[in-house]
Ligand binder design. Structure first.
Ligand code: UD1
Length: 373
């Protein structure tokens, strides 16, 4: 098949490209080589396979998108601006790159009468807001963000929105109400809903994959707006203490990038998930403290983390994936255990010379009032 991967020079996209090439597909990449990821010179990353055809261009550029779609039979839409915190003070840029970018791509697919057998779009767990919790008295609950007064009192765990009692986090299924808490998350919900509704209308089998917290080789370590695993690796390698918000017991579902790429391939090959949104995670919750201990051990760096005793506006406390739907509709099973995957991330990190921009990014968030105590 001839397949287009937008954002194919990026972290996730490039792993999808590799798997597609391995399976004998012909791959074209449309990527703008975003400086925040690829550096000021917009260099083509060394890891991008020369077997893939690269068109350097923006997903909002009608002409580039038209060229990129020529003769294509399937599309993986991975191109996006991805900084959650940054999206809160570069609102127009994020809405434009993500929501408008998807609109241009879908318009062109329709206008050019592309004969697509599949569209797969990258969605995100961020659209849930908080994950699912269970209260001993009230059962499953879908809380909004923790109230500001509670956070100011440094009471970090989620309280039941109905009775105020204690809760425990539980795996989050796809039918949990969506409560996006950042501009980034709103644009990811747009991605998902735009693709699914256009796919449905024109009978193009479409799958939205809700990625949980992705880590692994090729993650842009110098991008301080990326996820916490990359940020901590960068800090440790630079000899700087990792900064931990809250108490480090908040948890996420970390999923290796190659498992994410495999889920994308399954979405292409199988029809079970067509017209659905599907979680792609490991199904396991890991706290930041566990992540830090593993990473520091693998990188061989002994540095006490700094508990900053503050919190980031819009942060959730816990969210892990219920992967029942991915299992039943796609036959997906995560294959890389976290400890093994962290080895992989550490091996990649050691080959990099990341520039630690975390302090700058933190100051920027603080300047906008997005870090609070
Ligand atoms: C968010 C998005 C997710 C996206 C990810 C990376 C939400 C709900 N989810 O995830 O879709 O893939 O960003 O862009 O918006 N932390 C520290 N120290 C740091 C950095 C982070 O303690 O230096 C903490 C944060 O306060 C948070 C946790 O680590 O509690 C995870 O943060 P992060 O990796 O940025 O991702 P999420 O907010 O989970």
């Amino acid at each position: 098949m001839k397949i287009l991967v937008t954002g194919g020079a990026g972290f996730v996209g490039s792993h999808i490209v590799d798997l597609l090439l391995e399976k004998g597909h012909q791959v074209r990449v449309l990527d703008c080589l975003e400086p925040q990821v690829h550096g000021a010179g917009r260099a083509v990353p060394g890891y991008l396979s020369p077997e893939a055809e690269l068109i350097v261009g923006d997903v909002r550029d009608h002409d580039a998108v038209r060229r990129a779609l020529e003769g294509v039979e399937a599309v993986f839409h991975q191109a996006a601006a991805v900084g959650v915190g940054q999206s809160m003070y570069e609102i127009e840029r994020y809405v434009s790159a993500n929501s408008l970018g998807a609109a241009v791509l879908l318009d062109t697919i329709h206008r050019e009468r592309c004969q697509l057998a599949k569209m797969v779009v990258a969605s995100s767990m961020s659209i849930y807001g908080e994950g699912l919790y269970v209260c001993a008295g009230c059962g499953p609950v879908h809380p909004r963000l923790r109230p500001e007064a509670q956070l100011a009192a440094h009471q970090w765990e989620m309280l039941c929105p109905r009775c105020g009692g204690a809760t425990r986090p539980a795996p989050t299924p796809e039918d949990k109400p969506l409560l996006p808490t950042s501009v980034y998350a709103v644009t990811k919900r747009d991605h998902e809903e735009l693709f699914l509704s256009v796919g449905e209308a024109y009978r193009i089998p479409t799958v939205a994959l809700r990625y949980f917290n992705i880590y692994g080789p090729r993650q842009a370590l110098s991008n301080p707006y990326t996820g916490v695993a990359a940020i901590f690796s960068c800090r440790l390698l630079a000899g700087n203490r990792p900064l931990v918000f809250e108490d480090g017991l908040q948890s996420r579902d970390f999923i290796h990038v190659r498992d994410i790429a495999r889920a994308n391939l399954l979405a292409l090959e199988k029809s079970g998930a067509d017209y659905h949104a599907v979680n792609v995670g490991s199904g396991r919750a890991t706290s930041l403290q566990e992540l830090l201990a593993l990473l520091a051990g693998r990188l061989g760096v002994e540095l006490e983390p700094e508990y900053v005793n503050r919190f980031r506006a819009g942060d959730i406390r816990h969210c892990s994936a219920d992967i029942g739907r991915a299992r039943s509709l796609l036959g997906f099973e995560p294959s890389i255990a976290f400890a093994e995957g962290v080895d992989d991330l550490a091996a990649w990190a050691r080959t990099q010379r990341p520039v630690d921009g975390v302090d700058g990014a933190r100051e920027e968030l603080a300047r906008h009032g997005l870090i609070r105590s």
